[in-house]
Ligand binder design. Structure first.
Ligand SMILES: Nc1ncnc2c1ncn2[C@@H]1O[C@H](COP(=O)(O)OP(=O)(O)OP(=O)(O)O)[C@@H](O)[C@H]1O
Length: 220
């Protein structure tokens, strides 16, 4: 379970202080699918970054399976991030010079999983997501929807419990958006993941169990 209690995050910029998160309290149960919605600048990405230990917070409390995220140093935070979370972004962030297979296998390299094992881990994932035939293609040879499917495979390769998706359909047309959200919903269901997804799109959010609506750094 993930639990945030009155979490605060303030950015300092040239223009002064920005209170991106103001007393956010939220409990997310294992296996839940949550959509985070709200106007541009209301703090959705900041919330996702704090939840995924990509960013620190400066007030309140955040517990991951009962453990406080505050006490963690940089290295422990990075380890926790790698072990527990899979990330999916609007811009896919595939490495342009690497094949589909190598993009998906990349997180295994960082975990020092032997090369021999890469195929046994990556291919079933690609098959499950219906993209095994794309394994040798380069990212520029893929459609947006295919690129996002590859990014989803990469997010799953370390078998994280929690998937964090920031506008995963933001760069896709309607047809591909629907295919990607249906895939994410199926992955979450069959692999028993917790899914937290930021979206502007009401139709995409309607797939979630619960919608969290934000405004000016707060949950409505
Ligand atoms: N690194 C930063 N430095 C200063 N201010 C920041 C920084 N990152 C975000 N902000 C500010 O914090 C607030 C929340 O930003 P955030 O990106 O979380 O919003 P968002 O709801 O995800 O927006 P969008 O839908 O446009 O992606 C905004 O006012 C933004 O300008």
């Amino acid at each position: 379970m993930l639990e945030l209690k009155q979490v605060k995050k303030t950015y300092q910029s040239n223009l002064g202080k920005v209170e991106a998160l103001r007393d956010i309290s939220l409990k997310i149960q294992d296996g839940e699918f949550i959509a985070v919605m709200g106007k541009s600048g209301c703090g959705k990405s900041t919330l996702l970054n704090v939840i995924g230990c990509m960013d620190t917070y400066d007030g309140g409390e955040y517990r991951i399976e009962g453990k406080s995220a505050e006490a963690l140093n940089r290295k422990s935070r990075a380890l926790l991030r790698r072990e527990k979370f899979g990330f999916i972004f609007q811009a896919f962030y595939l490495l342009p010079e690497c094949s589909v297979f190598r993009n998906v296998a990349l997180p295994l390299k960082y975990r020092k999983v032997s090369r021999k094992q890469h195929r046994d881990i990556v291919m079933p994932l690609l098959e499950g997501l219906g993209i095994a035939e794309l394994e040798k293609r380069m990212p520029h040879e893929l459609s947006g929807g295919e690129q996002q499917r590859v990014a989803i495979a990469r997010s799953l390769v370390n078998d994280p419990k929690i998937l964090l998706a920031d506008e995963p359909t933001g760069n896709l047309d309607n047809e591909n958006s629907e295919a990607v959200i249906e895939l994410l919903a199926r992955v979450r269901e069959t692999l028993h993941k917790t899914l937290i997804l930021v979206t502007h799109d009401v139709k995409i959010a309607s797939y979630a169990d619960r919608i969290v609506e934000m405004r000016d750094g707060q949950i409505l």
